[in-house]
Design a binder for this molecule. Structure first.
Ligand SMILES: [Cu+2]
Length: 126
């Protein structure tokens, strides 16, 4: 088992990516006047962590302004971390297993199981 001392640097890299995703597409939807789903429709994303692996949607796209619930199930205790928004939830058989937040910042945001640096998914907010 190796320790991973560069975790903080990795977080900073992700912040840079998130900021880098900010501008650029403001004009693209201006001609339609309508959105398909309506900003702010609640989104629920389930993430299951088992002994055999992770079952989660790969890079789900989330409309900016949506209410989002990340709902976890995990066979072991841990802490799920949504980077960028920097919100946490304990996960495990008896834990809260839930992160609720409003996706009010665009970008790509890593979700990981913190202790193991286990990649769960990345949220694409746009
Ligand atoms: Cu983290």
């Amino acid at each position: 088992m190796s320790k991973v001392p560069r975790r903080r640097g990795y977080g900073l890299l992700l912040v840079v990516l998130a900021v880098g995703g900010c501008g650029g597409d403001d004009a693209e939807s201006a001609d339609t006047g309508a959105t398909d789903t309506g900003a702010g429709d609640p989104v629920e994303i389930t993430i299951d962590i088992s002994e055999t692996g992770v079952d989660a949607p790969e890079r789900p796209r989330i409309e900016l302004g949506s209410e989002v619930s990340l709902v976890f199930s995990s066979f072991e205790q841990g802490d799920a971390h949504l980077h960028g928004y920097d919100v946490w939830s304990p996960v495990g058989p008896d834990a809260e297993n839930r992160i609720d937040f409003v996706a009010d910042a665009p970008g790509i945001f890593l979700v990981e199981l913190e202790e193991n640096l286990l990649y769960l998914t990345e949220l694409v907010v746009q």
